[in-house]
Design a protein around this ligand. Sequence first.
Ligand code: NAD
Length: 487
Amino acid sequence: MQTKLFIDGEFVDAADGATFETIDPHDGSVLANVAEAREEDIDRAVEAAGRAFPAWRDVPAADRGRLLLKLADAIESDAGNLAALETRDTGHPVRDTLGLDVPRTAATFRYFGGMADKFQGSVVPVEQGFLNYVVPEPLGVIGQIVPWNFPVMFTSWKLGPALAAGNCVVMKPSEITPLSALRVAELAAEVGFPPGVINMVPGFGTTAGQRIVDHPGIAKVSFTGSTNVGKMIARGAAETLKQVHLELGGKGANLVFEDANIPAAVNGTAFGIFHNQGQACIAASRLIIHEAVADEFLERLIALARSIRLGDPKQETTEMGPLTSALHRDRVASYLELAGQEGGEVLTGGAVPVDPSLADGFYVEPTIVQTRPGTRTAQEEVFGPFMVVHKFKTDEEALQIANDVAYGLGGGLWTNDLSRGHRVARELRAGMVWVNSYKRVNPGSPFGGIGISGYGREMGFEAMREYTEPKSTWINVDAPPKPFYPR
Ligand code: NAD
C-alpha cells in the first residue's frame, strides 16, 4: 500500500516530510500514516502536469483510450484488494465496495477509454469560400478535489473524462479516505500512463485544496464536496478566472404516490437512504408520501430499517457500516438532537447502536423522523442514515414540498400512472430523476445538479465537454482569396 504522494510518475515524500493519519471507522484504529501534500507539493505536481501536457495531448486519442482500458482491466484484477482497502478506509461494507464501487470504477474508466477516440468536433456550414471546423481541445492541467464518500469511484468519474480528452490532472483525495485513490495512481503507473499525466496528492482543504484553487497553472477545478466549500472554491477561482465545475450537496425528494407498487417502493426507498450509511449526495433523504398509503408504507419501511444488518463492514453479510469519521458521526448525531428540538417524531433509530463490539466505531442506527417541511432537519443535508417524512394529499402539494429546498441534485417518484410519472419527473427541480427506482447511475448518463447542488456534469458526453474547449478554425478556401479591400 502506497502512502506517499504520487508526483511526476513517482511515489515521493512531502517536501517538508508532513504526514497525517487515516482512521479505520469500524474501531477508530490508525490505518496508515499518509504523506501530506502542502502548497509546495501542489506546485511540484502542477509543474509536472504542465510539463507532461503537450506530449499527452498529442498522444493519439485511441492510444490514450487504450491506457484507460488497461487501467480498467488492472482495477478489475485488483478488485479484492481495492475493495478491502476502500472498506477499511471508508467503512463502506465490502459487499458494496466489491459488488458496486470497484466494478463501477472499472466500468467508468472503460467507458471513457472507449470514448477517447469518439468524441469529435464538427464542421460548420458557413458562407461559401470558407471551411470552418470546431475541434474540442483539452484545457491543460486540471485540479480535481474529491470528498470521502465514494473515493475509488470518484477517481474514475473525474480522471476518466479529463484524461480521455487529453488533459493532465492533479487530484486531491479527501484527507479522510486517501488510500484507494493512491492505489489507483499506482495501477495507472503500472499500466503505462506517462509521468506527470496523473498526480495524486492527498492533503487538507485549507492548504493543498486551497493551493489547487489558487494556482495560476491550473485551467479548471472540478470539485465534489459540500455546498459551503463549493462556494469558497467558486469565489477563489474567480481570482485567476479558472473554470469551475461543482458537484455539491443534495436533499433528495422521494415521492410515493397512492398508486405505487408499495413493496418495490419500500425496498427502493430503504436503499435510497441507507446505502453507504446515507453518505451519498443523491441520498433519498426526504420521503414525501401520500397520506392514504403512509401508514402501511411506514410500517413496512420501519421493519426493513430495523432488519438492516449493521456491523463490521469487512464481513460479507454486513449491510450497513459505520459513518466514515468520528467528526461526521457527531455531526449526524447533532441532527438527531435538532430533530427533537424542532418537534420531529423519531419513528425508528435515532441512537448509536448498543452492540458492544461496535462501541469504538462511528455507528449510527438507520433513522426515520417525521417532521414539518420547513424545519432545518427537512432543509439541510445531513449526509447520514437519516430520513425525514412528510405526508401529502395532492400531486401539487407533493411537488410543492419536494421543490421547497435550495438543493436540486437527485429525486425520485413511485407511481403506476405513466402520465403522472412523466409529469412529476418534469416538474421536479433536480438534475437527475428516477421513476420507480432510485439512485441509478451509469457512465453514459449525465450526473449533476442545479441550484445549490452546483453546476456542470460528470459522465457521458457532458463530462467530455467539461474538460474541453471548442476551438473554431476558419480556412479561406477561395483561390485566390477574396480581398478585403478590392482595388
Ligand atoms: P467537503 O466540502 O468538506 O470536502 C470535500 C473536499 O474539499 C475534500 O477533499 C476537502 O479536503 C476539500 N476542501 C475542504 N476545504 C477546502 C478549501 N477551502 N479549498 C479547497 N478544498 C477544500 O465535503 P466532504 O465532507 O468531504 O463530503 C461531503 C459532501 O460532498 C456532501 O455535501 C456531499 O453531498 C458532497 N458530495 C457531492 C457529490 C455530487 O456529485 N454532487 C458527490 C459526493 C459528495
